[in-house]
Design a protein around this ligand. Structure first.
Ligand code: AMP
Length: 218
C-alpha cells in the first residue's frame, strides 16, 4: 500500500500519469479538480459556488475542499493506497492531510511554461468517460469523438491561454512552500523533468515508476 501526492503545474501531465500509475500500482486516484467538475455539473448551490472560483482560475475555499477530500478518502477500499492529484494546494490543506493520513512520497513534475500553454490549449476531454486527449500528440482518431467510448470530446472552459497563465501563476505561488514543507518533513521525492512537447506519456510514467522502485515503493 502506497500513498502518493503528485505535484506539477496544470497541464504538466499529472492527470494522465496518475491514471496510468493507478493501474501499475493498484491504487486509487483522487483528483480534486475532477471531483469539482462533477460537482459543478450537478448545478446545485454548492456547484454554482465552486463554478465561480474555477472559471476564474482561483482555488476553491479550503473548507469546501477539505470536506470533498474526506468524502473521497471514505470511499477508498481498506488496504488500498492512493495518488492525490491537485491536493494539497495550500499549507492549510497539507496540514489537514497530515492529520488524516501519511504520505510515502511526492512525485514532482517539472515542465516549462511554454510546454504547458501549448499542451493545455490543445487538450480535449471525453464528456462521457473522462479520457484525456491532446490534438498535438495524443490524438483521438476523430477530433471530436472519444476512441474508447465514442463520447463527445470537449475543451475545458479554463483551458484558454488567459486562464492558463493565471493558473500557472497560482500554481507557482502555491506549490513552492508545499514542496518545501514535504522536503523539510523528509518525505522522499521522485522528481521528473519534461523538456519536450511530445514526450510519450508511457516514457514519463516509466521514469516515475523507476523512481518509486528505487524508493522501494513499487
Ligand atoms: P485541476 O483540474 O487540478 O487543474 O483543478 C481545476 C480547478 O479546480 C482549480 O483551478 C481550482 O479552481 C479547483 N481545485 C482543484 N483542486 C483544488 C484544491 N485542492 N483546492 C482548491 N481548489 C481546487
Amino acid at each position: 500500500m502506497v500513498n502518493l501526492v503528485i505535484f506539477g503545474a496544470p497541464g504538466s501531465g499529472k492527470g494522465t500519469y496518475a491514471s496510468r500509475l493507478k493501474e501499475k500500482l493498484g491504487v486509487e486516484v483522487i483528483a480534486t479538480g475532477d471531483i469539482f467538475r462533477e460537482i459543478v455539473k450537478e448545478d446545485t448551490p454548492l456547484g454554482r459556488k465552486v463554478k465561480e472560483y474555477m472559471e476564474k482560475g482561483l482555488l476553491v475555499p479550503d473548507t469546501i475542499t477539505l470536506e470533498v477530500l474526506k468524502q473521497s478518502f471514505a470511499k477508498i477500499p481498506k488496504g488500498k493506497g492512493f495518488i492525490l492529484d491537485g491536493y494539497p494546494r495550500t499549507m492549510e490543506q497539507a496540514k489537514a492531510l497530515d492529520e488524516i493520513t501519511r504520505i510515502d512520497a511526492v512525485i514532482h513534475l517539472i515542465v516549462p511554461d511554454w510546454i504547458i500553454i501549448e499542451r493545455l490549449s490543445s487538450r480535449r476531454i471525453c464528456k462521457n468517460c473522462g479520457a484525456i486527449y491532446n490534438l498535438l500528440y495524443l490524438k483521438p482518431k476523430n477530433d471530436m469523438i472519444c476512441d474508447k467510448c465514442s463520447g463527445k470530446l470537449y475543451q475545458r472552459s479554463d483551458d484558454t491561454p488567459e486562464v492558463i497563465k493565471k493558473r500557472i501563476e497560482v500554481y507557482e505561488k502555491q506549490s513552492q512552500p508545499l514542496l518545501q514543507y514535504y522536503k523539510e518533513r523528509k518525505v522522499p521525492f521522485v522528481e521528473v523533468k519534461c523538456e519536450k512537447l511530445d514526450v510519450p506519456p508511457e516514457v514519463m510514467v516509466e521514469e516515475i515508476f523507476d523512481g518509486l522502485k528505487k524508493l522501494k515503493l513499487a
